[in-house]
Design a protein around this ligand. Sequence first.
Ligand code: ADP
Ligand code: ASP
Ligand code: MG
Length: 411
Amino acid sequence: MPRLVMKFGGTSVANLDRIRRVAKRVGLEVAKGYDVIVVVSAMSGKTNELVGWVRETSPFYDAREYDAVVSSGENVTAGLLALVLQENGIDARSWQGWQVPVKTSSAHGSARITDIPTANFDDRFTRGMKVAVVAGFQGISAEGRITTLGRGGSDTTAVAFAAAHKAERCDIYTDVDGVYTTDPRIVRKARKLDRIAFEEMLELASLGAKVLQTRSVELAMRYKVKLRVLSSFEEPSDTAGTLVCDEEDIMESNVVAGVAFVRDEAKMTLVSVADRPGVSAAIFGPLAEAGVNVDMIVQNIAEDGRTDMTFSLPVDQVARAEKAVQTARAAGTINFHDLIADEGVSKVSVVGIGMRSHAGVAARMFKALSDEGINIKVITTSEIKISVLIDRKYMELAVQTLHDAFGLERA
Ligand code: ADP
Ligand code: ASP
Ligand code: MG
C-alpha cells in the first residue's frame, strides 16, 4: 500500500469535536487505499501552558525535565485520535516518540532527529494496521531521555516520517489554507501561493513565518519529500493548499515571494571594544557557549583603535547574553565601556529567489520604509533575502508597506 503522512497542528486538534473531524479526514485517505501515518500536535495552548509551568519552577530548570513535561501534550492527542479512529472502525494505534523509537540528539529543547527505524510500522501495516498515530515534537536520546524538537517541531516529525517511510506525500494540516505571501493575520491582502520553492520556504521559516518549522523544510528539501500545507477546516480536495517544491517546478514567480517577521527581537551594543584580531571571537565565543542565538552582527567604523559591536538576538535571551559578556569582561578576555540593550525591536525580511537576478530590491525596500518614516537600525542581506531591524511599534506597518511595495497581493 502507498504510504501517506498527515500532520495536524494544535488548532486542528483543539478539542474532541475537532479530533473527530480529523479522524474523518484520515478515514477518507484510508478509504483511498493509503496506509497512513498521522502526526499530531498538542491541543492548541497546551504546550505554552506546560512551558509556563516549567519556567515557574526556576529560571534555571533542568532541560531534560522540561522535555519530559512539554512533550506530554502530544501524548494526549495521539491517544485520543487513536481512540476516535477505532470508534470509526479503523485499525489504529498511537505511538509516543520513544516507542517508535524516534532517535534524536541529546540537545534537549531543540533535539535533531537522527534515525527513525521503519521495520516496526512495516510489520504492523502488513498485519492490517491502517493508521499509526504518532505523537509529534518528541523523541528519545541515546541516553534514554525524552527529548523535544523545538517549538513547532511536529512539522519536523511529520517530514522525517515521510522521508523514512518514503511516503507518497506529507500533508501539513493547519489553521490557514496554505503558505501566504505573509502572515494573513497581519496583512489582510496577503495572497495564498499555489507553489513555493523549498529555498524560499526555508528562508521564510527561518526568518519567522511559523507556518512550517525551519528544520522540516530542510529535511523535505534534502530527502525530496513532497510537502503540502493545507487547511484542516476546508473541504478536502487534491489541489488544495500550497505545494513546497523545487524551483524548477514553478513556472513564474515574483522577484519577492514573501515577507516574514520576528516580533520580539533585541539589539545589544558593546560600546568601545578594542579593534584588533580576536575580539569578535572573544565576544561571540562566550555568547555561543551560553546558548545565545546571535543573528545580525554589525561592527562600526573604528576610531582610535576602538569600535562598537552591535548584534541582534531573541528578546528572551538578553539576560543570558548580558551575563555571558559581563563574565568575559570580569575575566579580562574582553573590555568595553558600556553595554546597551534595546529590547524593543522587530526583524522584518523580504525573501525571493528572483533577487539573484534582479538588482534594486534593497533600494526599493529601504525607500518604501523611509517613505513611512520607519528608521532602519540594522541591515543584513544574503543572496535571496534582505532583513532589517526596526522599532517594534512599526512592525505591522513595515510588513504591510513592503507587501504593497513589492505588489505581493498580485500574482
Ligand atoms: P499549527 O498549530 O497548525 O502548527 P502554527 O500556528 O504553527 O499552526 O502555524 C500556522 C500559522 O502560521 C498561521 O495561523 C499564520 O498566522 C502563521 N503564518 C505566519 N506566516 C505565514 C505565512 N507566510 N503563510 C501562512 N501562515 C503564516
Ligand atoms: N506542540 C508543540 C509546539 O507548540 C509542537 C508543535 O505543535 O509543532 O511547539
Ligand atoms: Mg506549527
